[in-house]
Ligand binder design. Structure first.
Ligand code: NAD
Length: 475
């Protein structure tokens, strides 16, 4: 069995306890993970606090910080194969996807390497002739980063990259469900040469390790990605240290298809939008809202594509859908499908788990027209698409906004005037028109409503890891 360690104050160390990590493709333990508890959290946060105050990091120029980030980006690219394999092994996310994603994880680090020396302050034109007044941008301080199991390398890169560019120090808590890739990434942080204590990477359970980290008195900011219920715990914990928070939460994203859309291309985007990562994506296009005149035709295309998907070992390059990450997640999907069927929805395809070991579930489509289905308002975080149809543009918009979430939306139409109207009316942080799931380090990412607040990606995310200091100088 492979053994992993935490990375605290520049050293690889065991946690206070250990736990076994389960391979989702077999349901069997494959690795031993360190379990950080309160004393480990304390050591990690103290290390981050000390690295912020003294030693090489606070004296380093922004350009030098950028160079370290470029080195880290190169190391991520050089070690892409190993990182992708570990992420696949520990979370079940297929190797095709983890390999592709590592390439843009490196891009994100490279982007923030270039941002490091572009974070500028200002000189303020105060109406006093004998005063010079500046606004300095300083690092926000010690950042606690708490991430979920899906896409841990990516979801931590969008936090670690801008935080390092801004000069912060940090403690990253990998999810207990699949921490291997982030614990391995710690080796690259070490090799890149960041001073001890600048980046600390631990793992442990949410209610113990995550809670101790988010209420720690030396934490200044908490960057969280996960579910809304956990976010409530985090925000309650932050009442202790009064840390600021940024929250990237779940979604129930509408995918609107008009009759004039290129249906084949929309269907490809819909299939990838809901079944990629076995549906365990915050931006999964999980609510199809399709114009009634093309509903039957579109569902036929989707059904054929869903049934042709190759389900298999996540380590096989030919596999298109792998297992869910945990038994708990698989049971949640099964339960929500069963409740939706009991509420009267029509099963178009899927709805069962394939024979054999592992946490697999077939790509599933539920026709929810005419049934008040629990599948429409609850996040599956699994390979299940709920379908509704509409008659008018106004109805499409109403259905799209009929959710407590507001992370992303897709609009498929050849009428760009209509696309513009919808783009303005949709309540979501990202709207994709005739495409879905496109990402770039330059484009901010984040949600409205239950999908959280704060934005990741882009220059503004680096500024969010700074705070301003106003300096008055009598001349
Ligand atoms: P989760 O909320 O259960 O766990 C996320 C992290 O929080 C884990 O590291 C966990 O250990 C920690 N945690 C749990 N309880 C805690 C507590 N009481 N205090 C502090 N930390 C605690 O989320 P999950 O089930 O691992 O991931 C799925 C959720 O994440 C979904 O809702 C999904 O939509 C969301 N997500 C959002 C985005 C985004 O960018 N918006 C991206 C990916 C996933």
């Amino acid at each position: 069995m492979q053994r992993f360690q935490c990375y605290i104050n520049g050293e690889f160390t065991d946690g206070e306890a250990r736990f076994e990590s389960i391979d989702p493709a077999t349901g069997l333990a494959w690795a031993e993970m360190p379990e950080a508890r309160e004393a480990d959290v304390d050591r990690a946060v103290e290390a981050a606090h000390n690295a912020l105050q003294e030693g090489a990091w606070p004296k380093m120029t922004a350009t030098a910080r950028g160079k370290l980030l470029y080195r880290l980006a190169d190391l991520v690219a050089e070690n892409a194969g190993k990182l992708a394999e570990l992420e696949t092994r520990d979370t079940g996310k297929i190797i095709r996807e983890t390999s592709a994603q590592i390439a843009y994880v490196a891009d994100y680090y490279r982007y923030y390497a270039g941002i490091a020396d572009k974070i500028e302050g200002a000189h303020l034109p105060i109406d006093k002739p004998d005063m010079d007044v500046w606004l300095r941008r300083e690092p926000i301080g010690v950042v606690a980063m708490v991430v979920p199991w899906n896409s841990q390398l990516f979801l931590s890169a969008v936090k670690i990259g801008p935080a390092l560019a801004a000069g912060c120090t940090m403690v990253v808590k990998a999810s207990e469900d699949g921490p291997a890739p982030l614990l391995e990434f710690a080796r690259l942080v070490h090799e890149a040469g960041f001073p001890a204590g600048v980046v600390n990477i631990i793992t442990g359970f949410g209610p113990s390790c995550g809670a101790a980290l988010s209420r720690h008195p030396r934490v200044d900011h908490i960057a969280f990605t996960g579910g809304p219920e956990t976010a409530r715990h985090i925000v309650r914990n932050s009442a202790e240290n009064l840390a600021s928070t940024s929250l990237e939460l779940g979604g129930k994203s509408p995918f609107i298809v008009f009759a004039d859309a290129d249906l084949e291309s929309a269907a490809n985007a819909q299939v990838a939008g809901i079944f990629a990562a076995t549906g365990q994506s915050c931006v999964a296009g999980s609510r199809l809202i399709v114009e009634s005149t093309v509903k039957d035709r579109f569902l036929e295309i989707l059904k054929a594509k869903a049934e042709a998907i190759r389900i298999g070992s996540p380590l096989d390059m030919a596999t298109e859908v792998g297992p869910l990450a945990t038994r708990r997640q698989c049971e949640h999907v099964q339960d929500l499908v069963a409740r939706s069927l009991a509420a009267g929805v029509r099963l178009v395809t899927g709805g069962t788990a394939p024979e054999g070991a592992g946490f697999y579930y077939r790509p599933t489509i539920l026709d929810c027209d005419g049934s008040p289905s629990p599948s429409l308002d609850n996040e599956f975080f699994g390979p299940v698409l709920s379908v509704l149809s509409f008659e008018t543009e106004a109805e499409a918009l109403r259905l799209a906004n009929d959710t407590r979430y507001g992370l992303a939306a897709g609009v498929f139409t050849q009428n760009l005037t209509r696309a513009h109207r919808l783009m303005k009316g949709i309540r979501a942080g990202i709207v994709w028109v005739n495409t879905y799931r496109a990402v770039s380090p330059i484009a901010p990412f984040g949600g409205f409503g239950l999908s959280g607040h704060g934005r990741e990606g882009g220059l503004a995310a680096a500024l969010d890891y700074t705070r301003t200091k106003t300096v008055w100088l009598r001349t």
